[in-house]
Design a protein around this ligand. Structure first.
Ligand code: NAD
Length: 260
């Protein structure tokens, strides 16, 4: 379907689960060589085995995206294996600690920003040396939370990190256009993944709960959360030259949830 990405190389963060996993599987199906980057865990190995079983070319990198050395090494390892890198899906992220602002511990704020926003910066920074010769596409997973303030209580750190990712994607698109590297942010609504495992609500949330009109995940289009595979289709489109005039933008994929 997307012949131009066949045999090209992609690095995908958060590839052990959810959106990252679905994107890795789809890109590999389209013939890309994929490096799966994630915290070390059995699910990362599971994604690798699924891709290998289907005949795909895959390596893994055990990475905490908030750690500059680990991120740099993952890109070096990928380039050493396959040469140039053409596509980066900077996707790993956490909801982190959910608390009212007055109760949010500064270190909990820092952790969310460090994984979601600094982690994105590090993935782009360390990708550049391996992409600047041949150009390519970087896709950043933000969220509808980046511009729509409510989709859960106590998400001030998360929403700030997601808004920051959109601003960063735009700056990066401007800077990297000279290398023919495109950079776009995607903004999913509620998607059925394992993100709940990296969500730490606090009892203080009860203080700020107000009645909401629509239950979470109730999208006008499907009346249910989206599937990771639906987001993966958008990632493949942005990875491919089919989208070669699209850069520096944010694309919503939310069944109109953000309009509620
Ligand atoms: P998920 O928890 O299923 O997958 C996230 C993956 O990221 C996991 O495999 C996890 O191990 C990895 N990860 C977490 N911290 C990491 C770190 N420090 N270093 C490396 N890897 C790390 O969740 P998901 O929903 O697939 O999340 C992917 C992205 O989608 C996130 O950026 C999230 O904010 C965004 N998003 C999710 C939704 C949703 O409703 N699920 C909505 C909008 C945006």
């Amino acid at each position: 379907v997307l012949p131009d990405i066949k045999d090209k190389v992609a690095l995908i963060t958060g590839a052990g689960s959810g959106i990252g996993r679905a994107a890795a599987v789809l890109l590999a199906q389209q013939g890309m060589k994929v490096c799966l980057a994630d915290l070390k865990d059995d699910r990362l190995e599971g994604t690798k085995q699924e891709i290998e079983a289907a005949g795909g070319q895959v390596i893994t990198a055990d990475v905490d995206i908030s750690d500059p050395n680990r991120v740099q090494k993952a890109f070096e390892q990928t380039a050493k294996t396959w040469g140039q890198i053409h596509v980066v899906f900077a996707n790993a992220g956490i909801n982190g600690v959910l608390a009212p602002i007055e109760d949010m511990k500064p270190e909990d704020w820092d952790r969310t920003l460090s994984v979601n926003l600094k982690g994105t910066f590090l993935c782009v920074k360390y990708a550049i040396p391996h992409m600047k010769e041949s150009g390519g596409s970087i896709v950043i997973t933000s969220s509808i939370n980046g511009s729509r303030t409510f989709s859960g209580f106590g998400m001030s750190a998360y929403s700030s990190s997601k808004a920051g990712q959109v601003a960063f994607a735009k700056m990066a698109a401007l800077e990297l256009a000279r290398y023919k590297i495109r950079v776009n942010a995607i903004c999913p609504g509620s998607i059925k993944t394992n993100i709940g495992e990296n969500t730490q609500p606090t009892p203080e949330l009860d203080k700020i709960k107000i009645p909401i009109k629509y239950p979470e995940g109730n999208q006008p289009l499907e009346h249910a959360p989206g599937q990771p595979e639906q987001v993966a289709n958008l990632v493949a489109f942005l990875a491919s030259d089919v989208s070669n005039h699209i850069t520096g933008t944010e694309l919503f994929i939310d069944g109109a949830e953000s309009l509620l």
